[in-house]
Design a protein around this ligand. Structure first.
Ligand SMILES: [Zn+2]
Length: 65
């Protein structure tokens, strides 16, 4: 049931997204992480869970300082 989970298709290009090391920033913090990205149009798929996880990490890191 979970086998298709890692294969996300770009709706625009109809190709499977590939894992790519990607920088993205949130609240002036840069993350360097592997994200699924369309090899044709460059559209990055950011799972909501990942965003929330990263944001939690940042918020916790800020509170610790
Ligand atoms: Zn695409």
């Amino acid at each position: 049931m979970d086998e298709s989970r890692d294969r996300i298709i770009c709706m625009k290009c109809n190709v499977a997204l590939v894992k790519t090391k990607t920088d993205f920033s949130y609240l002036k913090h840069n993350f360097d992480t592997e994200l699924l990205r369309c090899p044709i149009c460059g559209q990055v798929y950011i799972p909501e869970a990942l965003v929330k996880g990263k944001i939690n990490e940042v918020e916790m890191a800020l509170e610790e300082k």
